[in-house]
Design a binder for this molecule. Structure first.
Ligand code: PLP
Length: 389
């Protein structure tokens, strides 16, 4: 029993929880900014790293945050994790720490990530490169340029394109570049990117890890040696989540597996129903046998996820009319919560791109991205049916 590794659900519930003298089964919220010591020598033991301990919350040296980080690490089978105030805080700390030589972003990515990479990091002298998933034949030649870090999401937003993690890792490592996978869409339940060879995993914990649309947070998981320099940036850029947020995130992670498994099942049912709808031109979901990335997804994922994109027959305005008529799905640009959300990428996540760039990336005006929540899938299907009618 002792030697057998615990399953993901067990780890979600138990890993990282501290033993509370008052008997709380969960790590309490230590809503304090600083911690007191028995003596100067005791303080110096923590400051000088001879003993792990609590010191100052912005440094992450707070029991609630350290407890959360142990749980987050275990989700991805990682040695360590760092919690952040948002997914973008995590990404920016990661890029300025390990991306200074140059960053290659493959495939589509969240709009904020693209803006950071294309417009802001170059202002700091950080070279950034971009390749679409369909341009992987150019991977070798780009890697020969100044690239120290390769970053991608899989599945991607909003087309749910599946990128081959092992293949990209092999090419990147041959050129000495680190590989970072944004595992936000997949979740650790459906994809273990570190086990597939990635060096680091990053999350917008605002999405599935948080799962209730009530916290903004981020995380990076990986080896302690790669996280240590990121921690220094996090500390001085002031990117810590509060202990209250950390406790809420730990609460959410305890139910991660059951939520995601249910979201996987419901998204599959909705994708299959929508596939045959006369007003729907295409359904993009990795769980559909017809989906171009299905085989690769079946190889590198253990579930196909709760996200799908439908492309309606008609114009962008027609798609807006469908979205506006939805009653159960809320019109909102986020994902991963208990409530189902719908968004037209052209109006939200990819609004900032030129029509030419959207076209190049295959993002059409008729696309509606759905984040499937925990409602009954029959009710969600009925809602889509009435809106499409
Ligand atoms: N990564 C992905 C895949 C996202 O969808 C988002 C936000 O939508 C982010 C990162 C950024 O996360 P946050 O909003 O928590 O900063």
């Amino acid at each position: 029993m002792q030697n057998k590794p615990q399953g993901l659900s067990t780890r979600c519930v138990h890993t990282g929880e501290i033993e509370d003298p008052q008997g709380s089964p969960h790590t309490p919220i230590y809503a304090t900014t600083t911690f007191a010591f028995a003596s100067t020598a005791d303080l110096l033991d923590v400051v000088e790293g001879r003993r792990a301990g609590n010191l100052y919350t912005r440094y992450g040296l707070n029991p609630t945050i350290r407890s959360l980080e142990a749980k987050l690490a275990s989700l991805e089978g990682a040695e360590a994790a760092l919690a952040f105030a948002s997914g973008m805080a995590a990404e920016s700390a990661l890029f300025v720490t390990h991306g200074r030589e140059g960053i290659l972003c493959i495939g589509d990515a969240y709009g904020g990530t693209l803006e950071l990479l294309a417009e802001q990091l170059p202002l700091l002298g950080i070279p950034t490169h971009f390749l679409l998933g369909s341009e992987l034949d150019q991977l070798e030649s780009v890697l020969r340029q100044n690239v120290g870090l390769v970053f991608f999401e899989t599945p991607t937003n909003p087309a749910l394109e599946i990128l081959d993690i092992r293949r990209i890792v092999e090419a990147a490592h041959a050129h000495g570049a680190l590989v970072v996978v944004d595992n936000t869409f997949a979740t650790p339940v459906n994809q273990q990117a570190l086990a597939l060879g990635a060096d680091l995993v990053v999350h917008s914990a605002t999405k599935y890890l948080g799962g209730h649309s009530d916290i903004t947070a981020g995380a990076i998981m990986g080896p302690a040696s790669l996280l240590a320099p990121i921690q220094g940036w996090r500390k001085n850029l002031g990117q810590m989540p509060s202990p209250e947020t950390a406790a809420l995130l730990a609460r959410s992670v305890r139910t991660l597996v059951v939520r995601v498994q249910r979201q996987n099942e419901s998204a599959q049912k909705i994708a299959e129903a929508m596939q045959h709808h006369p007003r729907v031109a295409r359904v993009l979901h990795p769980g559909l046998a017809e989906f171009p990335g299905h085989r690769l997804a079946a190889e590198q994922m253990s579930g196909f996820g709760g996200m799908l994109t439908i492309e309606i027959k008609g114009s962008g305005q027609d798609a807006s009319r469908v979205v506006d008529r939805l009653q159960l799905f809320a019109i909102a640009p986020s994902l991963g919560g208990v409530e189902s959300l719908a968004t037209q990428p052209v109006t939200t996540t990819h609004h900032g791109l030129t029509p030419e760039e959207r076209n190049r990336r295959g993002i059409t005006d008729g696309m509606i991205r759905l984040s499937v929540g925990l409602e009954d899938p029959e009710d969600l299907n009925r809602d889509l049916e009435q809106a499409l009618a």
